[in-house]
Design a protein. Structure first.
Length: 239
């Protein structure tokens, strides 16, 4: 199901005209993204559609980024799930067979490159093809303005001890918080995604990382990291 969602979100529509001297396998390599929100229809175990409190879709993808090599796809996504923001990143091996991209567990989608757009699509049992278009994008490198050492304003713990918390955002996509181990992080638009957990799927050969999502308000000498929904807010200053 997870792999199907990754690939469904990744490819879709009609075929384009390929470059005369460049193979499809070469054209798809690189970074692609879409910031368009896409609502998903989700059902429970009884076949009933799951909806949000307002009756709308319970699940939507707000942002997708694909980094494609000659053998793997890494999908970084920001999802909205019944009011909660969730970040994820999955890497899955693939094979290209003609104009079809297939993963180890049998999921297959149509794929093409039209001008500078990646087109990914599926065909339903009635033969109708649906799809989505993704534009060439920059790699998900951390923003320069975030890199380096930061410190929180002074805080007080439950025992009344006053302390501050250092952060070091590194160019390799990891952050040091306090004196803990490095954690993976990503920045998608105004959101900061920080590593929470990861797991492997032996069936598809994929590795998936789940992220905590916070709102990031970044300035030259200060930054604000806020949990969505009015949660905890951290104010950081340059060290």
């Amino acid at each position: 199901m997870r792999t199907l969602l990754i690939l469904t979100a990744l490819l879709l529509t009609t075929s384009g005209v390929r470059g005369q001297n460049v193979s499809l396998a070469e054209q798809i390599v690189g970074d692609w993204a879409s910031a368009d929100s896409v609502a998903h229809t989700v059902y429970d175990e009884h076949g009933q559609q799951i909806v949000a409190e307002d009756g709308g879709p319970a699940f939507a993808t707000l942002y997708l980024h694909f980094a494609i090599t000659d053998s793997t796809i890494t999908t970084t996504a920001l999802n909205w799930n019944k009011g909660d923001l969730q970040g994820s990143e999955s890497t899955v091996p693939y094979q290209l067979r003609g104009d079809s991209l297939a993963t180890e567990d049998g999921v297959s989608v149509h794929i093409d490159v039209l001008n500078d757009s990646l087109v990914i699509g599926q065909t339903d049992p009635l033969g109708v093809r649906t799809g989505s278009v993704y534009a060439r994008a920059a790699a998900l490198d951390p923003p320069e303005a975030l890199l380096g050492d930061w410190i929180t304003v002074e805080m007080t713990d439950n025992a009344g001890v006053v302390f501050d918390l250092p952060f070091r955002f590194r160019a390799d996509g990891t952050v040091l918080v306090g004196y803990g181990d490095p954690l993976a992080y990503r920045v998608l638009g105004p959101y900061l995604l920080v590593y929470e957990t990861e797991f492997e799927d032996p069936a598809s050969g994929s590795v998936t990382t789940l992220f905590r999502v916070s709102r990031l308000d970044l300035h030259d000498a200060s930054a604000k990291i806020q949990t969505p929904g009015g949660g905890e807010t951290l104010v950081l200053y340059r060290r």
